[in-house]
Design a protein around this ligand. Sequence first.
Ligand SMILES: [Zn+2]
Length: 406
Amino acid sequence: MSGESAMESAAAVENMLGEIAGVGRASTGGYQRFAWTREDHTLREWFRGAAEAVGLDVTEDRVGNQWAWWGDPDASLRAGRPGVVTGSHLDSVPGGGNFDGPLGVVAALRAVDTLRRDGFTPARAIGVVNFVDEEGARFGVACAGSRVLTGALSPDHALALTDGDGITLAQALTAAGRDPRALGRDDEALARVGTFVELHIEQGRWLVDEGSAVAVASSIWPHGRWRFDFTGEANHAGTTRLADRDDPALALASLILTAREAAATLGCVATVGKVRVVPNGVNAIPSAATGWLDGRGADEAAVRRLVPMIEQTLGTRAVEESFTSTTRFDPALAADLAGLLGGAPVIGTGAGHDAGVLAAHGVRAAMLFVRNPTGVSHSPAEHAEAADCAAGAAALTTVLRSLAAS
Ligand SMILES: [Zn+2]
């Protein structure tokens, strides 16, 4: 074991997070780190350098996900011992925090560094991954990097996705110096992943109430995204009598209120966090309005009932943009990890992750969560104490040591 104190370990994790703290910082105090932008490029370069600094060999798959290996993953696979992989993502939502994603990457690099300095000899290759475009902030599809990797998202569909400026993913890849034709499912890269463990900041307050620094994930809640389109008649905000108006913003307002009521009735959560009003002028009655509904919950049947209930109240139909059923992580693996970590709690989560995409694809996968004292995430207020980050890195070290021991 390294003779390092918990304080030294906390400082090391904090330092590494500090190395990227200036990248993509917005005037609001949050982060704008979107896929295939200059900021993303800077973070990818940082990942390569940080991985190489702890002695890893960095490669990329067909999607652009970065894999840093300790040992030859193909030799490991041929020997019947596919790799143990950990890591997360470095991109952010608009105005995101510095822990969602980066903590998992930093903890992974830290864990590998600790194992190396301890003189640990892994019996199988150990990998650290930086998944590209996890948040879907730019092109609208969450976990795009792992979805294309596993084939859950076809390259044709992915390449045609557009960002807010009308730039397609294909164009963004070209602008980033990549060949969009290379994009596609990558079974060779996936085969190297025998087990995947993603460490992530908790996006809720469960661990605060539990009084524990680290938890193991049991499942990811079912999750749907729907679009509601409303049309009306554009007109002057001053000269049009109320009685003469056909204002779609009123329907949008009803959607927001109805979604909240339906979620409360069904015991799930619903959010209208993205809206579009056309032409979006302060003195114009809109001609069209669109609201995007995000619905999740522990009970899949309840989540499925959410939209029909809203549709019935509003008398309109929604367009389903995506639906992901409950993702269960390997229960035996979760139990093993909880045991290794001295009886850490095992909890479900309402947030999607690349680990969930891999688990849905049949990869043996698990997650560790690190306590977030505010419970706030996808916001600059997201936070984890240095000691808890270090506890997370230590937990991940313990897990990797066990999983790569044979
Ligand atoms: Zn994340």
